[in-house]
Ligand binder design. Structure first.
Ligand code: MEV
Length: 324
C-alpha cells in the first residue's frame, strides 16, 4: 500500500482589509496554529475515497471516480463539505495526471465556516498530500497557485488572500501586485467564534450590491480601509500594539459601514475594555470570527465566555502548508 503521506495546512485569520481586498485594496492576514490535516495513502481500486477522521469520523464517506461523486450516506451536506476536496482531486488529475486508488483521511482543528479559511486550508492540504503520494512535491508558489484556482473555480469569486497565506505561513500583506511578508514578532491572538448568519458568497455579493448602489461613498470606505491596512503594517512591525488595536477597532466599524457587521460581534467588541488592545470581525462577517489582540488573555477569554462565545488562543504559524 506504500507509506502514507501527511500534510498540514494552517487556517488564516484576517487581521485587516477583508472585503476591500476584493476591490484592489491591500489586506493583512496571518496563518494560525490550527488547521487541516490530510493523510493520503494508496488504496485498492481506481477511485479516490475521502473520509473524515477525528471527531467527524462517523459522518460518512465520499467516493470520486472519473469526475463523478458518490456520497455514503447520500447527504447533500456531505457532498457540500467535500466539494473543495473533490475539485482539488480533479485539478491534481488534470494538471499532474494523478489517478485514483488513493484514500484521503481529513481532520480539522478549525471551527468550520467562520472565516478562518477552512476551504483554502483543506484544498492546500489535500493537494499536497495527494501530489505527495503520487511522488510530486510542488513548490509553495505552485501550491498557492493551484489552491487559488480551486477556490476560484468552486466559489466563483475569491481573492488570493486565503490561498497565499495558508501556503506561505506567517503574516502576509496582500496587494494587487503580489504579496510580501510583514516582519512580526510573537503575536498571540484570541479568536471568538460567533455562529454565521450568511455565507461568504452572500456577504461578498452584499458589498458588491452596496458598491453598485452608492459607488463613490463605498469607494471612500474601501480607501479608508486601505489606509488602515498600510498604517497597520508599520505599527505591527514596530510592535506598537496600542496603535494596532486602535486600527482594529476602526476597521471593525468600517466593516459595519459595508453592511457585513453583526450585533453579537459588536457586543463582544464593546465589552472588552482594558482587557484588549483591539478587536474586529475577521473574514467575511455576518458573525464568524472576532479576532482579539489581548492585553490580558485570561480576562479576554473570561469576557468572551461570559457572553456565550467559544474562544481559543492561537499563535501565528510561520511555516505554512507542509508535509509532516
Ligand atoms: C473572506 O474570508 C475574505 C473576503 O475578503 C473574501 C476574499 O478575500 O476572498 C471577504
Amino acid at each position: 500500500m506504500g507509506t502514507p503521506v501527511y500534510a498540514f495546512a494552517p487556517g488564516v485569520v484576517k487581521l485587516f482589509g477583508e472585503h476591500a481586498v476584493v476591490y484592489g485594496r491591500p489586506a493583512l492576514a496571518a496563518a494560525v496554529s490550527l488547521g487541516i490535516h490530510v493523510e493520503a495513502s494508496r488504496h485498492p481500486g481506481d477511485h479516490v475515497e475521502i473520509v473524515p477522521s477525528g471527531t467527524h469520523a462517523e459522518i460518512g464517506r465520499v467516493l470520486l471516480r472519473e469526475g463523478s461523486m458518490a456520497a455514503e450516506p447520500d447527504a447533500p451536506s456531505l457532498r457540500a463539505a467535500f466539494r473543495y476536496v473533490a475539485h482539488a482531486v480533479e485539478v491534481a488529475s488534470r494538471e499532474f495526471g494523478v489517478r485514483g486508488g488513493v484514500r484521503l483521511a481529513i481532520r480539522s482543528d478549525l471551527p468550520q465556516g467562520v472565516g478562518l479559511a477552512t476551504s483554502a486550508a483543506v484544498t492546500a492540504a489535500t493537494l499536497l498530500a495527494l501530489l505527495g503520494v503520487a511522488g510530486h512535491e510542488p513548490s509553495r508558489e505552485e501550491l498557492a497557485r493551484l489552491t487559488y484556482r480551486v477556490e476560484r473555480e468552486v466559489q466563483g469569486i475569491a481573492s488570493p488572500m486565503d490561498s497565499t497565506v495558508t501556503c506561505m505561513g506567517g503574516t502576509i500583506l496582500i496587494e494587487p501586485s503580489g504579496w510580501t511578508r510583514a516582519r512580526v514578532g510573537d503575536m498571540r491572538l484570541v479568536l471568538a467564534i460567533v455562529p454565521r448568519t450568511a455565507t461568504t458568497g452572500d456577504l461578498v455579493r452584499r458589498v458588491r450590491g452596496l458598491l453598485e448602489a452608492h459607488g463613490d461613498a463605498v469607494e471612500r470606505v474601501l480607501d479608508a480601509i486601505g489606509a488602515i491596512v498600510r498604517e497597520a503594517v508599520r505599527r505591527v512591525e514596530e510592535g506598537d500594539l496600542e496603535g494596532v488595536g486602535r486600527l482594529m477597532y476602526m476597521n471593525h466599524w468600517l466593516l459595519s459601514a459595508l453592511g457585513v457587521g453583526d450585533g453579537r460581534a459588536d457586543a463582544l467588541v464593546r465589552s472588552l475594555g482594558e482587557a484588549a488592545y483591539g478587536a474586529k470581525i475577521s473574514g467575511a462577517g455576518g458573525g464568524g470570527t472576532v479576532v482579539i489582540l489581548p492585553r490580558d488573555v485570561g480576562a479576554v477569554m473570561a469576557i468572551a465566555r461570559a457572553l456565550g462565545f467559544n474562544a481559543v488562543e492561537v499563535d501565528v504559524d510561520l511555516q505554512g502548508a507542509r508535509l509532516m
